[in-house]
Design a binder for this molecule. Structure first.
Ligand code: UD1
Length: 317
């Protein structure tokens, strides 16, 4: 029997999951991916497919989740329906994937004797806060079914640690962006939308006045934090922010991207989205202390790499 740890990445064919999978493969680890290909894509893993075990299956199904968990040591739970407006439009799907699916992952992990589950939690749990930056001890105030579901997942993580001794770490992601983020749905992340609009000379759309702000986090920082969270001894049972600690408005972001691409396409302003948070900014002290996290790629460099990737991959969008 192999001595090497087996890692399971749920949602490993998705945007963030595929980057975690890639990093594990690069390290020489054994990796299994569980993905139902609802928002993930085979093409995200095509360069790795002979180096991983791929299971097409669904975390909404406990049996399928159990089957994928056999022999696993560490889980990165990235599988989700990751969108605030999509959760408003389809709260049942949001609940089934993000709450029931997360519960199934924990049940199966507990039964299989998994050591640790690292969970993709969300900054949306905070809702509006009176002060910025947002700190983990602020009371959560979810504004959308998505935010509520992701928060529910955190509570389940902590309860499985307290009650069953299953180690868990919840990373509250702040607006992750980078290569392979799918721009094709109306629910896609804003940087993927802006990048593809500008590169194809379409009008970018801004919901609201564009003065809402976000702490955009390049995906490489997120991968690094996940690998640390899987190992760090003191991290179990904790929730921590995973951002950069800087924010930019959407108007400012679009301007930066236009400057970098040499375009000047005036945006179309539409009505603000239901469930949208006004400002978002992470205090990253806890992640620095507990897992030794430090953001390595900041927004300008992240945007540069991301736009270069969309330029090279426009034909596969
Ligand atoms: C939220 C969470 C984030 C989570 C993500 C999952 C907050 C603060 N952040 O992101 O942690 O990972 O859900 O999807 O709750 N917008 C436009 N034009 C577009 C697309 C979006 O103006 O074409 C606007 C949105 O209205 C929003 C901002 O851009 O104000 C960011 O939107 P999006 O990228 O969808 O992420 P959030 O909803 O902020």
């Amino acid at each position: 029997m192999s001595e090497k740890k087996l890692y399971l990445v749920t949602g490993g064919a998705g945007f963030i999951g595929s980057h975690i999978t890639e990093a594990l493969v690069k390290r020489g680890d054994r990796v299994r991916v569980l993905d139902n290909l609802l928002t993930g894509h085979r093409k995200n893993l095509e360069h790795l497919i002979d180096k991983i075990e791929f299971i097409e299956g669904d975390i909404r199904d406990l049996e399928q989740t159990r089957a994928a968990m056999t022999g696993v040591n560490i889980v990165f739970h990235e599988a989700a329906i990751p969108s605030v407006p999509r959760s408003v439009a389809d709260p049942q799907l949001n609940h089934d994937a993000n709450v029931q699916g997360t519960f199934n992952v924990l049940m199966a992990a507990k039964e299989a004797g998994v050591k640790r589950v690292v969970y993709a939690a969300s900054s949306s749990a905070y809702g509006e806060t009176e002060v910025l930056p947002k700190q983990e001890d602020m009371p959560p105030s979810p504004l959308s079914p998505y935010a509520a579901a992701k928060l529910f997942g955190e509570y389940y993580m902590q309860v499985f640690t307290r009650v069953y001794g299953l180690e868990t770490v919840s990373l509250r992601y702040f607006n992750v962006f980078g290569p392979r983020q799918d721009p094709s749905s109306p629910y896609s992340g804003v940087i993927s939308k802006f990048a593809t609009a500008l590169l194809t000379e379409q009008t970018p759309v801004i919901y609201g006045d564009g003065e809402q702000s976000r702490d955009f986090t390049y995906v490489e920082n997120v991968v690094d934090a996940n690998l640390r969270a899987a190992e760090a001894p003191q991290a179990s049972g904790h929730v921590m922010n995973l951002g950069v600690g800087r924010r930019i408005t959407l108007n400012g972001l679009l301007e930066e991207m236009q400057k970098a691409l040499g375009t000047n396409l005036p945006p179309e302003y539409r009505e603000m989205r239901t469930g949208d948070v006004r400002h978002s900014l992470a205090d990253i002290t806890r992640a620095q202390q507990l897992i030794g996290y430090e953001p390595v790629v900041h927004l300008p460099e992240g945007l540069k790499r991301t736009m270069a990737w969309y330029k090279d991959n426009l034909d596969r969008m």
